[in-house]
Write a protein of this length. Structure first.
Length: 263
């Protein structure tokens, strides 16, 4: 529904909601860019990419979330897969293939790393996609996943509100293009459910962290934004509240050994 750490560039530039009916409250961000969930994920991705790797961007879209400049500097090859024709507008890819993530058109053991950013929440049935990730990864290959947390107010609101509201809120309040708003299902969007599904798909060494973000999605209203800042301080301060942070960042590995039935 609202897959971003901050307001869209359009809304920031205009200083208004998309409908221009509300003047947007524009506070200073309460979080440095280097500590945002997106930055934390990119740092983790950089840690698992090695020189010369073959990288699959699963659900690549137009490429607005990751340029892979660091990977290209390492001599990596970047392939992108998406069900939308928008992938043809992605300038960061070496190869582009329109396909469903649950039926990847690649041979087994084709990639060293899979990047899956802000995609899982849009999958009606994520587990077949995870099984395909496992299949196309080489032994010892890793996947990195970034997705909203259902137990955060952001994810919970997305889960219980209809698609028409998502389209209205994102286009009229946040200034998104309608083409950037997709249905959400949240079928693997808790620490437990994501871990369970990745393990069933055959992955080992599943590591999951939850990271809170600045409440910029609430910046259209002073009171809501203030409440969001208080919420952020609370879940950041106490580790036992980590399950209620904004984003899930997961990495997982395909075993070096042959996995019968999953390779």
């Amino acid at each position: 529904m609202w897959a971003t750490d901050a307001f869209s560039k359009q809304a920031r530039d205009k200083g208004y909601s998309g409908s221009r009916a509300l003047r947007m409250y524009r506070p200073q961000s309460s979080q440095s860019a280097s500590r945002s969930p997106g930055a934390v994920f990119e740092k983790r991705l950089r840690q698992i990419v090695r020189p010369g790797n073959r990288v699959l961007d699963a659900g690549c879209g137009r490429g607005k979330f990751c340029s892979f400049a660091f990977a290209k500097a390492l001599g990596c090859t970047i392939s992108g897969v998406d069900t939308s024709d928008e992938l043809h507008d992605n300038p960061h890819l070496d190869t582009r293939i329109r396909a469903d993530l649950s039926k990847l058109p690649f041979a087994s053991q084709s990639f060293d790393v899979i990047n899956c950013r802000l995609v899982v929440e849009h999958l009606l049935d994520p587990e077949p996609a995870f099984q395909e990730f496992h299949r196309v990864l080489k032994r010892g290959g890793k996947a990195a996943i970034f997705t909203p947390n259902l137990f955060h107010y952001f994810g919970a609101a997305a889960k219980v509100t209809p698609d028409w509201f998502h389209r209205w809120f994102n286009s009229q309040i946040r200034g998104f293009e309608i083409s950037d708003v997709f249905p959400t299902y949240y079928r693997a969007n808790t620490r437990y459910s994501l871990n369970e599904q990745l393990e069933r798909a055959g992955f080992t060494q599943v590591e999951i962290a939850l990271v809170e973000g600045a409440p910029d999605v609430l910046a259209f209203d002073f009171i809501l934004h203030s409440l969001g800042k208080a919420y952020k301080k609370l879940v950041d301060r106490f580790d036992f509240l980590s399950a209620f942070r904004l984003n899930i960042i997961a990495t997982c590995q395909k075993s070096q050994a042959q996995d019968q039935g999953l390779d």
